[in-house]
Design a protein around this ligand. Sequence first.
Ligand SMILES: Nc1ncnc2c1ncn2[C@@H]1O[C@H](COP(=O)(O)OP(=O)(O)OP(=O)(O)O)[C@@H](O)[C@H]1O
Ligand SMILES: [Mg+2]
Length: 245
Amino acid sequence: MTLENEYAIITSNLTKKFGDFTAVDNLNLKVKTGEIYGLLGPNGAGKTTIIKMLSSISNPSSGEATVLGEKIHYGIIASKIGYMPQETGLYLGLTVDQNLKFYGRIFDLKKEEMEKREDELLKFVDLVDWKHEMVENLSGGMKHRVSLACTLIHEPELLFLDEPTVGVDPELRVSFWEYFHQLREKGVTILITTHYMDEARHCDRIGFMQRGRIIAEDSPQEILKRSGKDSLEDAFLEFSKQDEG
Ligand SMILES: Nc1ncnc2c1ncn2[C@@H]1O[C@H](COP(=O)(O)OP(=O)(O)OP(=O)(O)O)[C@@H](O)[C@H]1O
Ligand SMILES: [Mg+2]
C-alpha cells in the first residue's frame, strides 16, 4: 500500500493567515482512508478554515496538503469529494428535488442514477414527503438534512462535513451516525466537525483544536485514558489547560 492509499488526507505545515491573524497554524494532519476523523474545538479554533482549504475553496497561506493522492489546488473541486458547508449551500427559492438535481448535474449524474440516488437519500434524511417543497419553507434542521443529501448525491469517496448535525433532532442524529458508519464500511473517509461531545465518541479518532492547532489527537477511548477524565468535555479542558500551562 502506498502512503497515498493509506491516507486520504495528509497535510504538511498547512497554514492560513488572515492579515496578522493565524487561523490555522502549521497543521500536520493525517487521516487514514476509511476513517472517521472528528475535529473538535471552540468557536474560532480553525475547523472550518481547515475544511475550506482541504476542499480547495480557500487558498493556504503556506504549507501543503494531499487529498486522495493529489496536491490541493485552489478552486479545483474534485468530483470524489463531498463538502457540506457549515453555512448552507442550498438554493432557498428552489424545491428539495430541484436542489438535489442541481448538485447531481454538477457531477454529471445520468437521469436514472439521479432518480435512484434521490430516492435513497430522501428516505435516509426522512424527507420523502417534502420532495417538492420550497427549501425556504423547511425548518432549520430539515434544511440541514437537505444539505447533507446534496453533499452525498454523487457518492463521494471523501466527505468533509462541517457540523452536519447542528439543529438535527436526536433521533435523526442517531441515524445520521449509523449512516456515516455504513459509509465507512464501504471505504468512505469522513472528516467531520462537531460541538457535540457525545457524537465525538462515534469517531475513530478525534483531534482537539485550539487557536489553529491540534493540541491532542487519538481515539476517543485513548483521549479519555490519557487525560484521566471521564468525559470528553473534561478531557478537552484538561488538554487545553496543559497546552496553556
Ligand atoms: N475570511 C476571513 N477573514 C478573516 N478572518 C477569518 C475569515 N474566516 C475565518 N476567520 C477567522 O479565523 C478563525 C477561525 O475560524 P473558523 O471559521 O475556521 O473557526 P471554527 O473552528 O470553524 O469555528 P466554529 O466552531 O464557530 O465554526 C476565527 O477567528 C475567524 O474569525
Ligand atoms: Mg466552523
